[in-house]
Ligand binder design. Sequence first.
Ligand code: ADP
Ligand code: MG
Length: 373
Amino acid sequence: KLHNTIQELKGNIRVFCRIRPVLPSDLGDPGTSLPSAHATDDLTHHINYLDNQPPGQRHELELIQTTDSASGGKATTKQHPFSFDRIFPPASSQGAVFEEISQLVQSALDGYPVCIFAYGQTGSGKTHTMEGPDHPSEATMGMIPRAVRQIYEAAEALRDKGWTYVMEGQFLEIYNESLNDLLAESSTLPNAGSTTTTAARKHEIKHLPTGKTVVTDLTTVVLDAPHKVHHLLKRAAQNRAVAATQCNERSSRSHSVFTLRLNGRNALTDETSEGVLNLIDLAGSERLAQSGSTGDRLRETQAINKSLSCLGDVIYAIANRDSHVPYRNSKLTFLLQNSLGGNSKTLMFVNVSPLASNLQETLCSLRFATKVN
Ligand code: ADP
Ligand code: MG
């Protein structure tokens, strides 16, 4: 009964869990270098899931946590149950995952604001899900290029009915609560070491009375052919690489926000439509110890912890229909204010690692998801 009520309340917010496969590199990891027979057991038998429920039914997941008693006493086993709108097991292909979000992508073309997030610890598959690998194939392409292609094809199909669409792409990162343009021709991203403002441009977030959000001085690229998105992803990667000289984990310490604006006009009926699709690769959710960190590192840590918990608070407030939604508490939620809540649609991927050594972080990620679901 209570569960049904929660389901009704949460409306346009859905949460999917994706478990990444065990990679060859995981087995060579010193943290998991167990005898191989043991390794398989240890790595795969602590997440049980039901991913084949009929449509409309929630998918169940159970995390099994076994703690050996150091003194040779009995081992204790704890089961942590969770449920999601959808669970993608390690073998799920990018194409199968995209199939489940393609309706949402279509909504953006229909004029809705849409946000798709990837949440999870570093190494859990967020970037793989959103962007795909550096040299993608048809099979491994991520959600961003697939979304661009689908929108392009759907827009083409609407031409006969009088519609023309302009699709524009922007890509920014939020690092230490400030915005940087990932598509700038020459990198303007400040390095981790520069605490004072350098020559980097200041980007301001402006919410127009029309309900549109504008970020000042941001590069906008017209995507008039779907393959152009690959150039954008490459340019962003290069810009990040230049900035990474002093902080090579930069991409896991910042949020990347890819925004597609879809402006349509119908020449026959004079109707217009303005949809926005945001695809957000969040900073790593691993609990970052504040003790021991100082200076820039501490500032970074605090910024990540704060913005991820703000995001949780905002989604929670929307799902609960709270009268006050605390958008202003972080740059990320302030930026996305017009695409979260109201008539917008939100999807959160919770990406998790299958490794026993990551069990504690996996538990934290699943708990975060439960809070927003
Ligand atoms: P994150 O962005 O969360 O830090 P990544 O997306 O970089 O994690 O994934 C970590 C590693 O795992 C990468 O080498 C990536 O290619 C690989 N990986 C993640 N998910 C999958 C998947 N579903 N199939 C194959 N490889 C994956
Ligand atoms: Mg990543």
